[in-house]
Write a protein that binds this ligand. Structure first.
Ligand code: PMT
Length: 248
């Protein structure tokens, strides 16, 4: 997610649940990792770059997988949401932290779903003290973050069902299909984040399911309802995909 806004004097809101470190392997069903929320990339002790993700989409998915009896690990940037019942949770702040946690846990998962709006760029240096006002302009040097979804197959070596999201403002299907191929996904869930009331920080969403050989449209619905449909589609894909990948 390349669009940032700068937040000033914000401290991390208290997370709604403590870090419940994975206990999950006793739960029947498949093992699922879900990333969610925004990341925060620090500029100095009081400012960071972030985006408009509320975490609602990822939390709804994590809750829906758990509701269906699957074992879920939710890795999320800062949100104001309560962690869904029966979901293991690891909070992170930065893209680098999310990368690190995902790299450690993805290997034991059957399914990984990347709903997080991860910063594509982070400040090249973090100032140890609050930056003082001086000139009329201030230039920040940004450097690329690691592409976590793009690292899932290699170097992480994930062989399970890989589901990405695509947040687009134009050419929804073709941009999502390009991400599907480039990031070696089995499915990309594409949302048009320029549509009012959909996507970022809304309770509703409308998505395209972009598979290697076809595209399916799911009409606008609450993120809760949509997640139940998405879980069915992803678990079906995972069941069918116990055969080797042929599309990459
Ligand atoms: O959180 P909400 O307010 O409910 O909003 C939901 C949402 C709009 C954030 C969600 O539906 C969504 O679209 N999430 C993906 C947002 C995004 O960053 O999309 P992207 O097209 O920039 O990235 C493509 C994919 O690569 C995503 O799966 C993303 O998680 C992943 N990615 C991107 C960059 C990066 N450095 N690492 C990644 O893993």
């Amino acid at each position: 997610m390349a669009v940032f806004f700068v937040s000033e004097f914000s401290t991390a809101p208290p997370l709604a649940s403590a870090c419940l470190f994975p206990s999950a392997d006793q739960t029947p069903g498949v093992k699922v990792l879900v990333t969610s929320g925004p990341t925060r990339e620090p500029i100095d002790p009081v400012r960071f770059l972030t985006n408009r993700s509320s975490g609602k989409m990822g939390y709804a998915l994590a809750g829906a997988f758990a509701h269906e009896g699957h074992s879920v690990l939710l890795v999320s940037g800062p949100t104001n949401l309560d962690v869904p019942a029966n979901v293991d949770f690891i909070p992170v702040e930065t893209a680098a932290e999310m990368h690190d946690i995902v790299s450690k846990h993805i290997g034991r998962m059957d399914i990984a779903v990347f709903a997080a709006a991860v910063a594509d760029y982070t400040p090249a240096t973090v100032q140890p003290r609050k930056i003082k006002k001086s000139g009329d302009t201030l230039a920040l040097e940004l450097v690329r973050t690691a592409d976590i979804l793009g690292s899932a197959r290699q170097p992480f070596g994930f062989t399970g069902t890989l589901v990405g999201f695509a947040a687009e403002t134009e050419n929804l299907e073709s941009n999502a299909r390009e991400k599907l191929i480039r990031k070696h996904c089995d499915l990309v869930i594409a949302n048009d984040v320029s549509k009012p009331g959909m996507g970022f920080d809304s309770d509703q969403n409308e998505v395209l399911l972009v598979y290697p050989g076809r595209t399916e449209s799911l009409p606008a619905a609450s993120k809760h309802e949509l997640s139940l449909q998405l879980v069915d589609a992803i678990v079906l894909l995972s069941t069918n995909d116990s055969q080797p990948l042929t599309n990459h």
